[in-house]
Write a protein that binds this ligand. Structure first.
Ligand code: NAD
Ligand code: DAU
Length: 357
């Protein structure tokens, strides 16, 4: 592997921190620069185990700030970008859509412009390896399925929430920069992730926290919506495989063939939690609390990742039951992380460490 300087955006978030850890450990000859604004979702405690490695650098900054992004690219001359920074929570997008437009759309276009300015035209010659712009996206851009069918890479976009509309828009811009300017760009659209360092506003970590603290578990509507869950470390491995092997201009779907209704998932989680907390079977499930449905709530997501499996040989490594139990174990043994995140204490850590770039 050649030496490379790779910019990862959003590396202090849930998926980004797993990706940064994988790349820093697996590719000691790569310099990994993690650019993150450290919003409520960004947490440097997610990266404590690798923060002192010589091939890792953290920079605090906002992808919406075009002048800052242009300067950063001019200074670092990155060999590649893996772009994960985003506002990622659907419920927040319903209350504040503009923030999603700013970060997810404008922020992405700022990065594309900065990459184009330093990379295009690419140096010619047989050995020249084009710097790559990898955009990490979601299955939510495809909209909602009925009882049958799966999303493939050719499914038409049909986003319903402000979050998925902003991600769809950013995907379109990435493709447009490939088609118009010849930027070497790839996109992946992944299903719901779960695992360690997941911010407890999302269904699984929120429910673990609430069960542990004997608080109600809010289930939207009748709990019949279906999501397709993937172990976050399998997503990071897929990004690695795609980043290094995909042809420019391609898209891959990433998913675990692992569909659960929300209520079945929560019942399974309650069972695991009863066992781990030495509660009588059925005790945690008494916390299930049906609440008002999410506006525009997509019924079902299901990803067909055949293309990725056949072309690049990636497959998920974990069965869901095993992954969910591992996830519960992680949250129960990392109580400090969970308590800090829910109390907001973790902000103090990075305010002291990184007040300015
Ligand atoms: P997250 O909310 O946990 O992390 C997002 C990170 O981006 C945070 O560290 C945050 O501080 C940073 N960030 C936000 N705005 C920024 C800005 N303006 N400038 C710089 N940094 C900023 O999100 P996640 O769940 O890790 O998702 C990462 C990416 O993967 C997103 O693009 C999301 O759309 C996509 N995705 C997520 C899932 C999932 O299940 N979580 C599934 C498919 C795709
Ligand atoms: O599909 C990929 C997407 O998965 C990512 O692009 C998003 O960034 C990520 O947040 C996730 O979106 P969801 O909306 O599917 O995830 P969330 O955990 O918010 O909700 C999962 C399901 O559980 C969904 O049907 C809504 C429901 N839900 C969620 C919460 C937070 C509840 O019933 N109760 C809750 O309290």
């Amino acid at each position: 592997m050649k030496n490379k300087k790779i910019l990862v955006t959003g590396g202090a978030g849930f998926i980004g921190s797993h990706l940064v850890r994988l790349f820093v450990n697996k590719y000691p000859n790569y310099q990994i620069v993690n650019l993150d604004k450290l919003t409520y979702a960004g947490n440097l405690a997610n990266l404590r185990d690798i923060e002192n490695k010589p091939n890792y650098q953290f920079i605090k900054g906002d992808i919406v700030d075009a002048a800052f992004i242009n300067e950063l690219f001019a200074e670092h001359k990155f060999d590649g970008v893996i772009h994960l920074a985003a506002e990622s929570h659907v419920d927040r997008s319903i209350s504040n859509p503009l923030e999603f437009v700013m970060t997810n759309v404008i922020g992405t276009v700022n990065l594309l412009n900065a990459a184009k300015a330093i990379w295009i035209p690419y140096p010619s010659g047989k050995d020249a390896e084009a710097p790559r712009f990898y955009h990490v996206s979601t299955d939510e851009v495809y909209g909602s399925l009925g009882e049958t069918g799966m999303f493939t890479e050719t499914t038409a976009y049909d986003p319903h929430s402000p979050y998925s509309a902003s991600k769809a828009s950013s995907d379109h811009f990435v493709r447009a920069y490939h088609d118009t300017y010849g930027l070497d760009a790839v996109i992946s659209n992944c299903s719901n992730n779960y695992g360690s360092f997941h911010f407890p506003e999302k269904l699984i970590p929120l429910s673990i926290y609430n069960i542990k603290n004997n608080k109600p578990i809010p289930i939207y509507g009748k709990g019949e919506n279906i999501r397709d869950w993937l172990w976050v470390e399998d997503h990071a491995r897929a990004i690695d495989v795609i980043y290094h092997n995909a042809k420019a201009g391609t898209t891959y779907n990433i998913g675990g063939h692992n569909e659960w209704t929300n209520i079945d998932l929560i019942r399974l989680l309650c069972k695991i939690m009863d066992k781990k907390l030495n509660r009588n079977e059925g005790e945690s499930a008494k916390l299930i609390n049906y609440v008002k449905d999410r506006a525009g709530h997509d019924l079902r997501y299901a990803i067909d990742s055949t293309k990725l499996q056949n072309e690049l040989g990636w497959t998920p490594s974990l069965q869901f039951e095993e992954g969910l139990e591992k996830t519960v174990d992680w949250y129960l043994t990392n109580e400090e992380w969970l308590n800090n995140v829910t109390s907001g204490d973790y902000k103090k850590y990075y305010e002291i460490q990184y007040s300015k770039r």
